[in-house]
Design a protein around this ligand. Structure first.
Ligand SMILES: Nc1ncnc2c1ncn2CCOCCNC(=O)c1cc(-c2ccc(F)cc2)cc(O)c1O
Ligand SMILES: [Mg+2]
Length: 215
């Protein structure tokens, strides 16, 4: 097909959503992915859980790993108070290009820093490049086999401190067994599983919330 799935998602946003209205962008993407074409956004069901965790943490600095089309970036940024921001890392330049436009359409570009590159390459530079001390919330939604190594890297770089909340998507489907085993067995994390479903389907999936307890 001529256009890519992310391009068709952006078209749906431009057709159905109102500029400057993040909720209409979220609704347009969910409608398209439920009724036209499935896509790997966190979706409305798990998205509501994401919303409740963001509201509970009320973070000043958020790191999102894996932007895709920017759906969860918009969900997070729309709940942030003035002065707070989300840094979102995307490996795929085509996804990043679409995500920039989706974030712009929602009017949240002032709360978002989209960085193109691999998480493993960028994490060691976060402090220096963005002047970040530590993240209040990390949303993991990128390559599933990178969840554990990147969590260890964030710890080593001092970007996870006492109270930092990790929220991981897809811990059941596609699954992140080594990450789950780590956060659930580590004495340094308090973990909770929010049972839900794979976006737009009846398959089981869920989010794992893990609070860092400090050293
Ligand atoms: N190192 C890095 N740094 C930054 N960005 C990075 C990166 N590495 C990759 N990227 C960007 C690409 O990552 C996309 C990762 N997401 C998924 O793969 C995903 C898949 C499914 C799914 C698919 C098929 C099924 F049948 C069932 C479920 C559902 C989801 O909710 C998903 O999130
Ligand atoms: Mg996901």
């Amino acid at each position: 097909t001529r256009t890519s799935r992310p391009q068709r998602i952006l078209k749906a946003v431009q057709r159905k959503a109102t500029v400057g209205d993040p909720q209409s962008v979220i609704t347009a993407i969910d409608h398209f992915c439920r009724h036209r074409e499935w896509a790997m956004n966190v979706g409305d069901e798990k998205g509501s859980i994401l919303d409740s965790v963001v509201s509970e943490v009320s973070p000043v600095t958020v790191l999102e790993l894996g932007t895709y089309c920017g759906y969860s970036t918009v969900r997070i940024a729309r709940l942030l108070p003035p002065g707070a921001c989300v840094i979102t890392l995307e490996f795929n330049p085509d996804y990043a290009a679409i995500a920039r436009q989706v974030i712009q359409w929602s009017g949240l570009e002032d709360k978002v820093q989209l960085v193109e590159g691999a998480s493993g390459d960028w994490i060691p530079w976060m402090k220096e490049h963005f002047g970040v001390q530590a993240f209040d919330l990390v949303f993991l939604d990128h390559w599933k086999e990178r969840y554990l190594p990147d969590t260890k890297l964030l710890e080593e770089c001092g970007l996870i401190q006492k109270g930092t909340v990790l929220l991981a998507d897809n811990v059941i489907c596609p699954g992140t067994p080594d990450y789950l085993e780590y956060v659930r067995n580590s004495p340094r994390y308090n973990s909770h599983y929010y049972r839900s479903h794979l976006e737009y389907t009846k398959a089981e999936d869920g989010l794992e919330k893990s609070v860092f307890l400090g050293y």
